[in-house]
Design a protein around this ligand. Sequence first.
Ligand code: IDP
Ligand code: MG
Length: 158
Amino acid sequence: MDYGCKSEKNGELLKAEGTMKKERTFLMIKPEGVERGLIGEIIGRFERKGFKIIALKLLKISREVAEKQYEEHRGKDFFEGLVSYMSSAPTVSMVIEGENAIAVAREMAGVTNPKLAKPGTIRGDYGIDVQRNVIHASDSEESAKREISIHFGNLDSF
Ligand code: IDP
Ligand code: MG
């Protein structure tokens, strides 16, 4: 069965067409999303899509937490700017749960560069530039597990 949610970037995550898998993923509304009053709009999109919010918090994260979050990018030219930016002002972190949550949330976020992201995606609709692209969404099961644990610890009983 084809659920029609394949895309070039996330196709591999959804290649098991017809397999609906209940998952959790980690999302973060970046500082400019909070600053511009987009919290409700963004959370609303995930609620209307049918995802359940498992955990939610608004806070300014430390530089250390931002570095852990983006560990895979350490050494790249944008790393310093990215971790400084992400720890510069409040963000909203959340864990959502639902069918194929990881890949579907990535689809809803859109591709990294807002100029290339499709209209109707969060980045396509609200992103400013590649750093200020409004939202972070985990890119795999492994990342989701790791990122949930960095920001919320053990949520297994929730
Ligand atoms: P993703 O957020 O779509 O998974 P990644 O390549 O994992 O994209 O990059 C993580 C974050 O780092 C991006 O969301 C963006 O904020 C920032 N970033 C990525 N590439 C660049 C760049 O070339 N310049 C500035 N920031 C970048
Ligand atoms: Mg990434």
